[in-house]
Every structure is written in C-alpha cells, then in structure tokens.
Design a binder for this molecule. Sequence first.
Ligand SMILES: Nc1nc2c(ncn2[C@@H]2O[C@H](COP(=O)(O)OP(=O)(O)OP(=O)(O)O)[C@@H](O)[C@H]2O)c(=O)[nH]1
Ligand SMILES: [Mg+2]
Ligand SMILES: [Zn+2]
Length: 308
Amino acid sequence: MTTRREREEQVVVEGRVVADFGREFLVDLADRRQLVCTRKGKKQDATCGDFVEVRLTGPAQGSIERVGTRRNLLYRSDQWREKTLAANVDQVVILLAPQPPYSEAFLNLSLVACEAARIPVIVALNKSDLPAHAQARKALQPYERIGYTVISMSAREDVSPLLPHLERNFTLLVGQSGMGKSRTVNALLMNEVARVGDLTASLESGTHTTTFSRLYRLDRDTAIIDTPGFQSFGLFHLTEAQIGEAMREFRPYLGRCKFNDCAHLGEPGCAVIEAAGRGEIGAERLSFYQVLIEQHRELHEQHPEWSR
Ligand SMILES: Nc1nc2c(ncn2[C@@H]2O[C@H](COP(=O)(O)OP(=O)(O)OP(=O)(O)O)[C@@H](O)[C@H]2O)c(=O)[nH]1
Ligand SMILES: [Mg+2]
Ligand SMILES: [Zn+2]
C-alpha cells in the first residue's frame, strides 16, 4: 500500500519556469497549476523560460529533475560567476531611457551578448514624454544605421510602438535599473486587462526595484520576462573571435585582415580598422570593441584557470 503522498512523489510532469528567485523557481504546468520548485542537488542551472521535468513533492510543490535542451540561453559572467538571464526566448528588448541617462557601454555590451547568443534584438528608448528624449533618440541613429531596430515609446503614456514587435513572441526585457522595464510590463498588462477584462493579469510594479526575473503572459502566444536591472553585462565567457563576430558591422570585413588571428587592435593590414578609416565602421563602436578586448585579455590573464 502506498499513501497518496508517496504516489504523488512518483509523478513527473512537464512545465515551464516562469520565475527565477535564485534558489526557488515558479513552474507553470499545462493544466494551469503553478508549483514552487527547488532544483535537485546544488545545481542552480534552471532559468526563466526553461522547459523542465518536475517531480511533485506536495500539492503545490515540486523538484526540478531535468532541464530540457535550450534553443538559446542568455547569460552574463565575470571572473567569479555566471548568471543566467533567460532561455528559449525569441528576442530581447533592450530598454533605454534619457533619464536617468542610459550607459552606452551597457547598450553595446548587451548587443554583443545577444548577437553572441544569436538572439534577435530591439532597442527601445522609453520615456518619450520627457524633453530629453529627442537628444537621446538622435544619439541612437548610429545603431539604426548598422541595422538595429530602434523604437521610441513611453511606458507612462503609450506603449503601442512596442506592441507589433511583441506579438506572438517570447520576449526578454533587459536594461539598467530605472529605465522603466516594470512599468512597461505593467502598461502591457493593463492593455490586456482593458482588452479582455482579466484583472488577474495586473501586477504591482514600476514603483519598486525588481529583484527577480518573472515571465508575464500577454495572451496565449505572447509573453514577456521582466528582469532586475543590472549595471554591467560581463562577457567573460566569450572568446575574442566571438566578440568580433558579435559586432555586426564588422562581419563583412572579417576574414579579410592580413593575419588570420587579427584582433583588430592595430595590426598591419587590418580590414576592420581600414573600414573604420573610410568611415564604414563607426569610430565609437571600434573603440568600444578595442577597449573590451583589452579588458577581456587582462581579466583572462589574471584568471588563466578559467580561460578556455
Ligand atoms: N516620465 C516617465 N517615467 C517613467 C516611464 N517609464 C518608467 N518611468 C518611471 O521610471 C522609474 C523606474 O521605473 P521602473 O519600471 O521601476 O524601472 P525598472 O527598469 O523596472 O527598474 P529596476 O526594477 O530597478 O530594474 C519609475 O519612477 C517609473 O514611474 C515613462 O515612460 N515616462
Ligand atoms: Mg523593475
Ligand atoms: Zn583585423
């Protein structure tokens, strides 16, 4: 004879991680139940967006037994640790604002991280209701020129410019603290409330700093993940070649340098530097890249034990 509890413990179900609290995770099941889950052992490798197998340990509790193969994974890392941001996303929206002013380095690092993970990316400049917006929007023109989609919006007044990009996608929202990520999600949910009259969709946000990643469903095929703001997007895990390839405007010139292992730092016959000389690659982007590679080398020299 087995007790009901013991029978439940045998049951393994499939679900999707919708919140990552660090040590615990919220997992949505197909039958709309939601479980608070731990990860077996010391592994903390589950993240928002993961498809997982969960063993039931109680009526609303489970243990993540297996993390499914990921289509993609976005994470940041420094010399000490890696932090997963989300898995299996269709795209990333990098949210910027004129006030507090966004950091150019943060934008460039985020773009490199997304390119390296092969995830499409959109740049959204929020707070278009503020006067400082126009100047910031102008400063983003070089990114449009190299092929990125840049949109203007206001979480406070009008999120509609974002809507067509979100539709039927699973989107990860990233950005520094104070850019308006949570307020954007809140505005999107209120849109949904207005449309379908479902109050369960609303959340309290935009007033406190976010401390964990959480997925919100906008409709059956559309979801967005709100993440905590962070200041630096460490790329310790990437190789120099991956960083070069992640600079999208460099791509036409890669493989054309005199040296096969050219790092585009000043080597003779460098096609990337020559292109910058002709104005085909922006001086700021080249210098961002070169500083990043120098820092990257320094970190890897200090920590050879972690280098590949
Ligand atoms: N004027 C204006 N203020 C905004 C807009 N969007 C957000 N804010 C304000 O900016 C502040 C930060 O907004 P949040 O949504 O909490 O920012 P966040 O990016 O989620 O910040 P973290 O959770 O700390 O990462 C709040 O005071 C918002 O009301 C906007 O479109 N216009
Ligand atoms: Mg927030
Ligand atoms: Zn080169």
